[in-house]
Design a protein. Sequence first.
Length: 369
Amino acid sequence: EKGGYEHFMLKEIHEQPTALRDTLLPLINHQEGEAPSLREDMMPLGADEVRKIEHISILACGTASHAGLIGKAMIEKYARIPVDVDIGSEYRYRDPIVQPNTLFIVISQSGETADTIAALRDAQQKGATVLAITNVVGSTISREADKVIYTWAGPEIAVASTKAYISQLMVLYVLMLDFCLKRGKMDAAQVSGILGELLELPQKAQLILDQKDAVQKFAHQFFDREHAFYLGRGVDYSLAMEASLKLKEISYVHSEAYAAGELKHGTIALIEEGTLVVALATQDALFEKMLSNITEVKVRGAKVLALVNDGNHQIDNEVDYVWYLPPVSNMLAPMLAIIPMQLLAYYISLEKGCDIDKPRNLAKSVTVE
Ligand code: M6R
């Protein structure tokens, strides 16, 4: 049942190229020799509905909320619609203000998370339209939402979410492209170009998986650390949150995700000789800033592992280890950058002998508050 892998988590990490493809293909027209385009019949909202949106609220818990943060960044940057992201357990008790023409997007792998369901119901009671992104057909969330768009990651057994997260990102990118097209922020040719890049992601994800031994070696050297810090800016900060959650969830290493610019507002006090710092630096526009944050932790003795774009050698002499992503645009980098982070958490947990698929105190689906 684990398909030859030692754990479901490792199997599911390896299923990500397939999950990306299976989630994308039903949403697009893609014939040999023709430019890919979005399938209008598969888009959850019509052009009039999309043009009316003034505001988007994303509601989710845990990893799904981290996918939501990347969705926010993309939708705001390209479709120019304001988006906020809330975790279900906070949203439901805040008596939130629902502005007119707000679209709610709830994200849930299982479709059964109690706090996400409660937030969905609250939003509906206040008259809002709720679009769900879920992996389980027939789940409570799929039945109660006004519209549904599915991730096709297949059953996710390991408690730590991997292939569901990457599939949620894929759906959010497609939604962003649909919004851009319908609101005149991109033309069909631009959308087609990006869809072409999305179609290449599975193969690039595979390239990362093929290099997993390098991640394992790194894990072997650093699994004994008590603390780890993940730093990033912009989408790399959202990614840092997901990377950090993965590590603490399955390996019980205390870890924190920090917006790199926040370091000097307190956290840098925790950096000492040998502290493990993972620096995510995939965004060109923020690279120089990241570089100076990396130098700040380096001079305080941190061991730094950096994740950068293919061909970026500016950092080679500044840090202890560098991983390079396969060639990918800044826009799509998060979908690849998360994979080495999942592998890192996996191998650290393996070195520590933890129960990887069923970490202590956690359930796969949190159906109680
Ligand atoms: O099924 P859901 O996507 O609603 O679950 C939400 C969280 O409980 C879940 O993502 C959790 O954070 C994962 N175990 C993280 O790996």
